[in-house]
Design a protein around this ligand. Structure first.
Ligand code: NAD
Length: 466
């Protein structure tokens, strides 16, 4: 497939090959073939992208909110027009079934439109002091500056948009660095941004080796904020680079999602949540249901229904060989430590059968760490306080789920879960107008909603005394 397309950096609105024209391959998770080539950028290419973002910053930051909102709305409409292509690219580069890729793009489109409208609401506040007109306290927000957006491969479009749309709305300019495993759809989002008429340099994109470029961005003098989504391991490095340089930072990391099924829950609904959120994206989702807590008295009925639903699933290939190997390591560990593993074998290539683990004790890896592979562990409990304590035990706090009949009691359990998001009696997690935040080891800061926009704003108090 020597005719595979080549994607190069976008710097100041133009195509910018990496220094020396270096390229690298993007292999297919479906069959290992060549999907595309991308620029293999070096730190010098990051310098050029950051310089373009800095040059574009003063004018974009000073653009009137109504005008900025209109520009983001044009981007959002072009994104809508090209949604089908974006979904197709996601499917090809990271293996997600096309329907799931279409859903990712559709939800991201909602985020674009939400923040186009939010851009118009950059009100200033004024508290008069009682003296001359205009005297008092003026409080105004403006874009925090140049944002480095560093994202993983599992939701390659959505996780760019969660940063891009609010950052643009606030008046920031960006350098986007997608994951090297799935850079194409993310690149296309940046391409849509430039073709929609956003000023040159407002959205730049650098492609290539993740570690080298991530470090170059997180240490760069010209970057004011690093907005990172990915693993805790890399987040600690990013924080280590950004913190002594006093850069603003947001970190959206992994989860270890508990689902607490209460004794009066609708069991079919609970099984639906466990099945859909346990195995969406072949388990490669930060919001996955990883552990299901079921009252001992209802364990038999739950397992019977869960097994039937899970047996009907067909998963896409694991996006990376690393993830595929990790799944087998986790299954081997569970078996070696006396847990029961149902399913979980290789179907073909990098496709896995979904796995259900029961009888797992503390210390079994799937009880302690985010699996990020298609496995759900089911744990029986006698008392809900015991289930809550176990649900909150690992150092994660991203998304939790509760299914229950009595709403007041269900809400009490929801509030007791130490998670930034809790979903009650269903599985749809994300909406554009509510924050998505990792608590504890799942992150710092929030994306989406008001907090997700404020994360890109710096505040100024102008105190007019006379
Ligand atoms: P990762 O941490 O390996 O990669 C994330 C980004 O960092 C990529 O752009 C990558 O190229 C870059 N990177 C990798 N190594 C680096 C290094 N040494 N220095 C600097 N940058 C580096 O994560 P991943 O494996 O791509 O993604 C999976 C993780 O992301 C999971 O833990 C998942 O739960 C998490 N995630 C969190 C959310 C959320 O919103 N909280 C959403 C999706 C995924």
């Amino acid at each position: 497939m020597s005719d595979a397309p080549t994607f190069v950096n976008i710097v100041d609105g133009t195509d910018a090959p990496a220094a020396g024209g270096a390229v690298m391959d993007v292999p297919s998770p479906h069959d290992g073939g060549l999907v595309a080539r991308i620029a293999a950028s070096a730190p010098g290419d990051v310098d050029a992208a950051v310089a373009a973002a800095r040059a574009a910053l003063p004018a974009w930051r000073a653009t009137a909110p109504l005008e900025r909102g209109a520009a983001i709305a044009r981007f959002a409409r072009l994104f809508d027009d090209e949604a089908g292509d974006l979904a197709e690219l996601i499917h090809r580069e990271m293996g997600k079934p096309l329907a799931e890729a279409q859903a990712e793009v559709a939800r991201a489109a909602e985020v674009n439109h939400h923040f186009a409208a939010e851009a118009e609401r950059m009100w200033e506040q004024y508290l008069p002091s009682g003296g001359a007109f205009g005297a008092g306290n003026h409080v105004r927000g403006e874009g925090i500056g140049v944002v480095a957006a560093i994202t993983p491969w599992n939701f390659p479009v959505a996780l760019i948009v969660w940063k891009l749309a609010p950052a643009l709305a606030a008046g920031c300019t960006l350098v986007v660095k997608p994951a090297q495993e799935a850079p194409l759809a993310a690149w296309r989002v940046c391409d849509i941004a430039r073709r929609s008429g956003l000023p040159d340099g407002v959205v730049n994109c650098v492609l290539g080796d993740g570690p080298a470029l991530g470090e170059a961005l997180a240490t760069h003098d010209g970057v004011d904020k690093v907005a990172f989504t990915g693993s805790r391991r890399v987040a600690e490095m990013i924080a280590g680079w950004a913190a002594p340089r006093l850069k603003a930072l947001s970190l959206e990391l992994g989860g270890h999602g508990p689902l607490i099924v209460l004794d009066d829950a609708d069991l079919d609904a609970a099984v639906d949540v466990a099945t859909v959120q346990g195995f969406a994206n072949a388990g490669q989702a930060c919001y996955s249901v990883n552990r299901v807590f079921v009252p001992r008295t209802r364990m038999g009925d739950f397992m019977d229904a869960f097994r039937v639903r899970v047996a009907a699933l067909e998963l896409g290939p694991m996006a990376t060989q690393r993830g595929f190997d990790r799944h087998h390591e986790l299954m081997d560990d569970a078996r070696a430590q006396g847990a029961t593993v149902e399913g979980g074998g290789t179907v073909a290539g990098r496709r896995l059968a979904p796995a259900i683990v029961t009888h797992a004790r503390h210390g079994v890896r799937v009880m302690e760490e985010e699996p990020f592979t298609p496995v759900v562990t089911v744990i029986s409990y006698d008392d809900v306080s015991e289930a809550l304590a176990e649900a909150n035990r690992p150092d994660y706090g991203l998304v939790g789920y509760v299914c229950g009949g009595d709403l007041r009691r269900t809400m009490d359990v929801a509030r007791a879960l130490e998670c930034g998001t809790v979903v009650v009696n269903g599985w749809r997690v994300v909406v554009a107008h509510a924050p998505y935040a990792g608590w504890k080891g799942s992150g710092v800061g929030a994306e989406l909603g008001h907090p997700g926009m404020e994360a890109f704003i710096r505040w100024q108090h102008v105190r007019v005394l006379a």
